[in-house]
Design a protein around this ligand. Structure first.
Ligand SMILES: NC(=O)C1=CN([C@@H]2O[C@H](COP(=O)(O)OP(=O)(O)OC[C@H]3O[C@@H](n4cnc5c(N)ncnc54)[C@H](O)[C@@H]3O)[C@@H](O)[C@H]2O)C=CC1
Ligand SMILES: O=C(O)C(=O)Cc1ccc(O)cc1
Length: 303
């Protein structure tokens, strides 16, 4: 196997993403040693049972000793607190990264705590499922999925390249962009779809018992897909919406306008308008499939 890219990887937060990175780093030889720290004793006990870390003692100073890559894998709402707690233990030349679904607010939370000589390079793997916790992770999660790096201005190019190599080694394709651009793109492609799913499933839940049980009984694939997304972790998604407020509200405004236009077409019996609209949206789906980015195989995300 090729040489490890990092000597010691420390993961803070061993949920779906943190535990998947640990498994993948070991399976693909991306790190010499792997240390895991999690605030939950229950999670730490499970990490030891699963045997996915070389160091799962739970001591922060010990875990970070000699770590040349540290990845914060907690919900985005606590990134700042975590960065503050780990800062005294970070060694010169180390790379500090994260996997948060929001980048602007995460940079604002973490950057003030990064000691001089430590390279802070935020990242976001566009890979996941509706499940959480250390048991939900798996080594192949990042295969053929994007990982977006959002280095700050003046970031050390060789550190960025080394982190990009790490993601490539564990199967991902890497792209670089600014945190602001990331947050706009993800507001539309990930955050808004989750909000719509939470909303439609919530609407069904607001109906009486009789309707609710019929919805469950007769749910065809459209609604079923929404229920999968709406089963995603409440803490994680609360933090995403609180931390990508501006971009989500902007996209929601555009979405509401388009929804009103569709509503008007239905009310006016404008079949031609509806047909044209649905023809445009079908073309988008076709280009995604042509680019080989369709991951909607029946068992995607279900294990
Ligand atoms: N779930 C998904 O599909 C994806 C999630 N992300 C991002 O990855 C991050 C983690 O998400 P998941 O792994 O799904 O969450 P998760 O809920 O499975 O795991 C989070 C872990 O962080 C730990 N934690 C919470 N506060 C902590 C603290 N102060 N110190 C140390 N550990 C702490 C929790 O005990 C838990 O084990 C989030 O920021 C999320 O936005 C990114 C891509 C996909
Ligand atoms: O399960 C799904 O369909 C997802 O969309 C997973 C996901 C959730 C959050 C992210 O920031 C990236 C990927």
């Amino acid at each position: 196997m090729a040489e490890p890219i990092f000597d010691r990887l420390a993961i803070i937060g061993a949920g779906l993403i943190g535990s998947s990175i640990a498994r993948a780093a070991r399976d693909y030889g991306a790190a010499g040693e792997i240390a895991i720290v999690d605030a939950s004793q229950q999670v730490m006990a499970r990490v030891r049972e699963l045997g996915i870390a070389d160091d799962a003692g739970g001591d922060m100073a010990q875990a970070l000793k000699g770590a040349d890559l540290i990845i914060i894998c907690t919900p985005v709402g606590v990134c700042g607190v975590v960065a503050q707690a780990i800062a005294p233990h970070l060694e010169k030349g180390a790379i500090l990264s994260d996997v948060g679904s929001v980048k602007g607010a995460v940079v604002a939370q973490i950057a003030p705590h990064v000691p001089a000589g430590v390279h802070f390079i935020p990242a976001h793997p566009l890979a996941g499922t509706e499940f959480s916790g250390p048991d939900a992770g798996f080594a192949t999660l990042f295969q053929n999925r994007w990982s977006i790096l959002t280095p700050l201005e003046g970031a050390d190019a060789s550190a960025v390249a080394r982190l990009a190599n790490f993601w490539t080694r564990i199967g991902a394709k890497v792209e670089t962009m600014s945190p602001e651009h990331h947050d706009k793109v993800l507001a539309l492609t990930s955050h808004l779809p989750h909000l719509i799913a939470y909303n439609i499933v919530g609407t069904a839940d607001d109906f009486g018992e009789q309707t609710r049980s019929e919805v469950i009984k007769f749910s065809a694939s459209g609604f079923r897909d929404f229920t999968r997304i709406a089963a995603s972790d409440p803490t994680m998604w609360r933090d995403i919406f609180l931390n990508n407020r501006e971009a989500v509200l902007e996209m929601l405004g555009r979405f509401n306008e388009d929804l009103s236009a569709l509503q008007r077409m239905i009310r006016r019996g404008d079949g031609e308008g509806l047909f044209d609209f649905f023809t445009r949206t079908r073309a988008i789906r076709r280009s995604i499939v042509e680019q080989g980015q369709d991951t909607s195989a029946p068992d995607f995300g279900r294990r």
